[in-house]
Design a protein around this ligand. Structure first.
Ligand SMILES: [Zn+2]
Ligand SMILES: [Zn+2]
Length: 102
């Protein structure tokens, strides 16, 4: 995942880089509909392509951040069923318990 954010961006600048995108038909979309939430979500522009790529591979994402040039950890949250697939795609789990599954 690349990140083209400049360093030290403000909250507003970070928000301006968000892209609103429609969730694919997956469990996360279903969960959000049940909760009365919008089916479109705001994603950091830098990683939109990466997230769409994950969706095409059946990964169910529940949150993500490009890291904004090291300001936050760069990460993707996925549902427990997607963890093994993420490993096989070369992602590492960023949690101190290796066996952790939400
Ligand atoms: Zn970025
Ligand atoms: Zn972010």
């Amino acid at each position: 995942m690349g990140c083209s954010c400049k360093s030290g961006m403000s909250e507003t600048e970070i928000r301006e880089r968000h892209v609103l995108i429609e969730l694919p038909h997956n469990l996360e979309r279903t969960r959000r509909i049940k909760k009365g939430l919008s089916t479109s979500i705001a994603i950091d522009g830098c990683i939109v392509e990466d997230i769409i790529h994950l969706w095409r591979n059946g990964i169910i994402t529940t949150g993500c951040c490009c890291g904004h040039n090291g300001y936050f950890p760069r990460m993707v949250n996925v549902n427990p069923e997607s963890v093994d697939k993420m490993y096989s795609m070369g992602y590492e789990q960023f949690h101190n318990d290796y066996t952790f599954k939400i």
